[in-house]
Design a protein around this ligand. Structure first.
Ligand SMILES: C[S@@+](CC[C@H](N)C(=O)[O-])C[C@H]1O[C@@H](n2cnc3c(N)ncnc32)[C@H](O)[C@@H]1O
Length: 235
């Protein structure tokens, strides 16, 4: 009898507390900051990312939303440190990552540390920017945001969230978004394109939405040089 196939990528049995910076978000989503200045931007599953802090400092109007925002910085800090250790050890030597941008696991760690430390400070000082909530039900009014972003929750965690969760998440994100939704990456941690993207295009409950996979020039997890843009067909 042949052995079951083994996983090729980073193996995570839960969603980790890992944060990216504004610079990384700009690359992930090919974000033109000038275009979104003065518009309402939502970052869902924002976690310990410093995007909200840094983007607000750069003149954007960003609201962050994550289930962890009902905890204190003192509770979150040791979890950030432990999850960062787990991931930096986990990605070392994996063929599913290319290192042209970060160069080494140590440099990757400095990006992530900067993100969570910046977040923790801002979270302590500007709590009103950080709203506790989770997909697939968000605590915002219909059409409250011009642009919504989701980084490293949907598609990546294929073991944790099934197709129905993704379908409901997209409908909910588009309920609170009057403009466009961008989700990154479009691959799992095995660096494989999520089958849910093709399923979205054939789902009768999503026919009012247009799905477009947009190529970018940033790749760390292999094949992550794309994001998914969602807009309304009648827009
Ligand atoms: C890997 S982190 C990504 C953080 C940030 N978006 C970034 O790219 O740096 C994933 C985040 O998703 C959050 N999360 C887990 N389940 C969620 C849900 N159902 N809805 C929204 N966020 C969720 C976690 O609390 C965690 O902060």
């Amino acid at each position: 009898m042949s052995a079951p196939p083994t996983k090729q990528g980073l193996i995570l049995d839960r969603v980790v507390l890992l944060g990216r910076t504004l610079d990384e978000y700009r690359r992930y989503f090919a974000l033109d900051l000038d275009r979104w200045r003065g518009r309402a931007v939502l970052d869902v599953a924002s976690g310990v990312s410093s995007f909200c802090c840094e983007a607000n400092a750069a003149g954007l109007n960003v609201t962050a939303c994550d289930p962890i925002y009902d905890r204190t910085p003192e509770i979150l800090r040791p979890r950030c440190e432990a999850d960062l250790d787990l991931v930096v050890k986990g990605v070392r030597g994996l063929s599913t990552y290319c290192w042209s941008f970060y160069e080494t696991p140590e440099r990757l760690r400095t990006f992530r540390e900067r993100a969570y430390r910046t977040f923790l400070e801002d979270f302590g000082q500007n709590r009103s920017r950080y709203v506790t909530g989770q997909l697939p039900a968000l605590p915002f009014a219909d059409g409250a945001f011009d642009l919504s972003l989701v980084s490293y929750l949907l598609f990546a965690y294929e073991e944790q969230f099934d197709y129905e969760f993704h379908r409901r998440a997209v409908l909910e994100l588009m309920r609170v978004t009057r403009g466009e939704l961008r989700m990154y990456p479009v691959v799992s941690f095995e660096a494989k394109r999520s089958p849910y993207i093709a399923q979205f295009g054939n789902d009768p409950s999503l026919t009012h939405l247009r799905f477009e996979v947009v190529e970018t020039d940033f790749e760390f997890l292999r094949h992550s040089n794309y994001f998914l843009r969602v807009t309304r067909r009648n827009a």
